[in-house]
Design a binder for this molecule. Sequence first.
Ligand code: SF4
Length: 56
Amino acid sequence: MCDGHGQCSVVDMDLFPLDDDGRSAVGPDREVPAGEEDVARLGVAACPVRALAVRG
Ligand code: SF4
């Protein structure tokens, strides 16, 4: 679903890396590191096409 807007990566480029085409390189089983839950939620909320979600 990623459309390459890059807004997730603007929030945190380590948590939301992009591939060479500017699309999200976050896979479906990516674990959120302990203590980074809030920034993960911010990155998810920044996506204009709702390509990201936090489970659990
Ligand atoms: S996941 Fe969303 S915010 Fe991140 S690069 Fe893709 S479209 Fe942009």
